[in-house]
Design a binder for this molecule. Sequence first.
Ligand code: C2E
Ligand code: CA
Ligand code: CA
Length: 446
Amino acid sequence: MIVPESGQDQRDALSVASLSRPELAGILDKPVSRSKINHLHFGYIIIRLTCTHQIHLSYGYQGMQALRERCQRRIRELLRSQDELVCIGEAEFAVLLPDLKNEGHAILAANRIHSELSSPFTLNNELINITAAIGIAVFPEHAGSAEKLMLNADIALETAVDMNLPYEMYSPVSEPSSLPTIRLAHDLKAAIAQDELELFFQPKIDLKTGSIYSVEALTRWHVPDSGYIDPELFISIAEHSGLINSLTRWSLTAGCRQSRFWKEQYDISLSVAINISPTTLHDAQTVDSVLHALDLWDAGPESITLEVTESMMMQKPEQSLRCLKRLRDLGIRLSIDDFGTGSSSLAYLKTLPVNELKIDKSFVINMVNDEGDLTIVQSVIDLANNFGLEVIAEGVENQTTLDTLVDMGCRYAQGYYMGRPMSAPEMDTWLAESAWGIKAKGIQPR
Ligand code: C2E
Ligand code: CA
Ligand code: CA
């Protein structure tokens, strides 16, 4: 007999439709078409409970059924009233997210679901842990039809399972070994080796002093005849093809070189923020690469900041913490990127040796017109201020947003309004000419 987990679970079984994938594709057509007409995004999330084999063996079909119902209840409670939860197999669920503002909100939902399913369940008075992998696809970014949307979420799910990630958003490189991907990976390897990548820089502004305090380095890859390749695409290719460590090494070295250059040119310390890929944070080589880059350019640890994303830190919290502590001990500044899309617990956050929380741009871009986004931004600012952390909002595209952020107690900001990502020479001009540049620091260009 399977004992209910809690008083709540003794309520009538939650009614969740069970459908096959073809049946679901049939009924998904309508809401997806509606999104098309209304120019809205439609998120599709597929969740697979992994490690359920053991539950089957230990608790039988009845146990599996009870577990499924408990998962359904936990997921349902996280969803909005317009979202739908569908059971599409023995250990798989689909979540339909109509009227989404952007992809960030689909990631937020996936992270919350993953975190909720990671807490232990009680079956027959025993605590059991399960794991879940999640695939995400969003209309119209990743697919133009319901069927393709489901297919692409399935492809993302397989990548999440293969790479042991909590979730994966669909990207064309998730497609199993497509020819263009193999070719791009081959070309990218050559581009890294031949130093053909380029760093662009985007200013991070201190709103109290009205001047730049740091720059984010964003890697660009220009391919003759094809133009600039989307960074999200080639970073993802690098991650999937084992090139990410060499790309990170390259960007660390180029970032230290640039910081050193500005120090010599203008006698200013601009910490260059380098993005550390989720898959490299846990890698022992990362700390060595950082030391090597600093050493090569005879740069102090304050020359660089590392930006690591919140959601991926949660994947291996203990390992992440160890790596972050080592970097912090070396005096490196650390920033948690895309903050707000993950689901870090307060307890975990408190232990993190980081300097800065960076509010994800998906909440900032439209915050002055959206109460929900405004609330999220305010709560991250309050959280950071309470924990004694610096807080920066990215995705600031106008003066109203900037003014609102100041009123809300946000000290730092980054966005197209102050400066887009620029090549090194463009950044030099910006530094000399912008009101937020070196003039605001009382420095004259040489
Ligand atoms: P990210 O780290 O979240 O970087 C911020 C992205 O937001 C950049 O896109 C930037 O151009 C964009 N952005 C900045 N301000 C605004 C704004 O006001 N409005 C809007 N709409 N967008 C804004 P980008 O350059 O396309 O980079 C995309 C992502 O690629 C980055 O996201 C980062 O995750 C990754 N990436 C870029 N360079 C590297 C790298 O060297 N290493 C690693 N691991 N990842 C990188
Ligand atoms: Ca970043
Ligand atoms: Ca970001």
